[in-house]
Design a protein around this ligand. Structure first.
Ligand SMILES: Cc1cc2nc3c(=O)[nH]c(=O)nc-3n(C[C@H](O)[C@H](O)[C@H](O)COP(=O)(O)OP(=O)(O)OC[C@H]3O[C@@H](n4cnc5c(N)ncnc54)[C@H](O)[C@@H]3O)c2cc1C
Length: 514
């Protein structure tokens, strides 16, 4: 998503009349979209990673509007989620902000915490908290919340939510990077719950997209009719229509700076790997940005090609970016290589109608990491009632269920093959819901190293990475490794990186001969 968004911004900024700039997207995989991906399952198109984007951030809805997809925005067909706690599913209380309760009574009534745990959280409302001047810039989320509201709030609410979003643990995740309002509230005197319950200022709330009727509140999440993966697909189609060339199955294997091309300034020489036939076929499609000229690419029989470019947006995961930057920006390469990642897996099940005898309430449930199911440490981290969340997927004969597995530090799924993983995950589901029979179909999708872990100090390390890369002419970074893992954040990072590349090149691209 970050790379496509960068190309979109470049096309926007360079697409003016007279520009002969060429924009190329190189994607190592067989299709665009990266982790925003869907697949066919039981006759339906089902998202196998991201299935929605946050509505309160403007970048994804803004891009949808630019692509004319306003009318295709859909919100979940159910609301609310439950939590597996104290031996049963309990609905998340009203008024939680990323797991932090902002009202005590709904928290108490939810039964998620023990009476003692609720009482401990309530102390926040009565015991005056004094701001601590000189508090560190960043801290882990867990200890900040634990000090104010107790450990149960951390383990049973904040870790499942914040940890769930990042597939990490809140005892390591940076509050500055993953939950900035928490740090801001903690720095002020008074109740943390009350502070986090205050509505955002009008300046912080994005405008509603056209599709949101004025009379109804904006939902928390949006997706697109059919699948969230329509976003990269439609974006790619719009890019191609604007003359951007997209190559799938082509990986950038290394980059090197050339001395110059005769007109006085250096370029980046990208060594491309991939299928030799694909590389040999790399030529420019016709389009308004550049009509005819072949790209400066040579493909040899061994599957290597060369592409010379003025600027590069590196919209790849941190490990790949580290490899490409070694030798050019050593500080950035070292810091990028140090970012740890969590692997996750998604098990999608089709359950025959009637097999699930429990009432499915809301969109699904989360499972705290300290939970046991049937007396064993839980493997699943959450469950989505897919056909309830996205009514467009509903069919009379089944119920689609999605189970999430894996988080940083828990690699149990790596030791199980797909059948074993499905059996283990389904066994846990059956330990929570009243189920008769077995799934009629199942599908496992594994996402290795999918989630960069924003450890304490992540944002200052990101700034150092950006500073190190800014010394390279025409290079910028984008993607989930930096300032947010969600779809809106990575779209924003792609667009910002495109602008940074253009600033660095200072207008030399548009004026260059094709
Ligand atoms: C299971 C799961 C569920 C998620 N759910 C949500 C959700 O509901 N909502 C949400 O907002 N976010 C969600 N996310 C997070 C979000 O999907 C990702 O953080 C985001 O899509 C990452 O986008 P990206 O462009 O940074 O990276 P990626 O999607 O990882 O894209 C990077 C691309 O670079 C390519 N590449 C790598 N190396 C090279 C190379 N050398 N040359 C060329 N190409 C290369 C890769 O093939 C890949 O396509 C989820 C993620 C997962 C894994």
């Amino acid at each position: 998503m970050a790379g496509l968004a960068a190309a979109w911004q470049l096309a926007e900024d360079l697409g003016g009349s007279g520009s002969r700039a060429r924009i190329v997207v190189l994607e190592a995989g067989s299709r665009v979209g990266g982790k925003v991906r869907s697949t066919e399952f039981c006759g339906r198109t089902v998202d196998v990673a991201a299935d929605a984007f946050l509505a309160r951030r403007p970048e994804a809805t803004g891009l949808c509007a630019e692509l004319g997809l306003d009318d295709a925005l859909v919100s979940p067909g159910a609301s609310g989620a439950a939590l597996w706690s104290r031996g049963r599913l309990r609905m998340m209380p009203d008024g939680v902000n990323l797991g932090v309760p902002t009202r005590w009574w709904p928290l108490f009534r939810s039964g998620i915490l023990s009476p003692g745990g609720s009482a401990r959280a309530g102390v926040d409302l009565f015991r005056p908290h004094r701001a601590t001047p000189g508090a560190p810039v960043d801290r882990a989320v867990g200890p900040v919340v634990a000090a104010r509201l107790g450990h149960q709030v951390v383990e049973r609410l904040v870790d499942p939510l914040v940890g769930g979003i990042h597939a990490g643990g809140v005892d390591e995740l940076s509050a500055e990077a993953t939950f900035p309002p928490l740090l801001a509230a903690d720095r002020l005197s008074g109740s943390l719950m009350r502070r986090l319950g205050q509505p955002p200022s009008p300046a912080q709330s994005p405008p509603k997209p056209a599709a949101a009727p004025r009379t109804r509140p904006t939902p928390v999440f949006w997706s697109l009719e059919g699948t969230a993966a329509r976003l990269p697909a439609e974006l790619a189609a719009a890019l191609i229509a604007r003359g951007v060339v997209i190559h799938t199955g082509v990986a950038v294997e290394s980059m090197a700076r050339t001395a110059g091309d005769g007109s006085g300034h250096g370029m980046w020489r990208l060594a491309l790997g991939g299928d030799a036939a694909v590389l040999a076929g790399i030529t420019f499609a016709s389009g308004p940005v550049d009509a005819t000229a072949p790209v400066d690419t040579t493909a040899s029989g061994d599957g290597m090609g060369i592409l010379h470019v003025d600027g590069v947006v590196l919209a790849v995961p941190a490990g790949q970016a580290a490899g490409l930057l070694t030798g050019h920006a050593p500080v950035a390469a070292t810091l990028l290589a140090d970012i740890r990642h969590a692997s996750v897996a998604v098990v999608t099940l089709s359950m025959p109608t009637g097999a699930i005898r429990s009432d499915l309430v809301g969109t699904g449930f989360l499972v705290p990491r300290t939970s046991t199911i049937g007396g064993r440490a839980a493997l699943i981290t959450g469950c989505t009632y897919l056909t309830q969340k996205w009514p467009g997927l509903a069919r009379p004969d089944d119920e689609l269920i999605r189970l999430s597995i894996g988080r940083h530090g828990d690699v149990r799924q790596d030791e199980l093959n797909d059948d074993e993983l499905t059996a283990a995950a389904f066994g846990e589901l059956a330990g929570i819901l009243d189920i008769v029979g077995q799934p009629s179909h199942s599908m496992v999708t594994r996402w290795d190293g999918a989630f960069p872990q924003y450890a304490v100090g992540h944002l200052s390390r990101t700034t150092r990475i950006e500073q190190s890369v800014a010394e390279l002419p025409g290079v910028a970074m984008a993607g989930a490794a930096y300032r947010g893992v969600g779809i809106p954040a990575v779209i924003g990072s792609g667009r910002a990186a495109a602008r940074a590349v253009l600033r660095s090149l200072d207008g030399t691209v548009a004026g260059r001969p094709g």
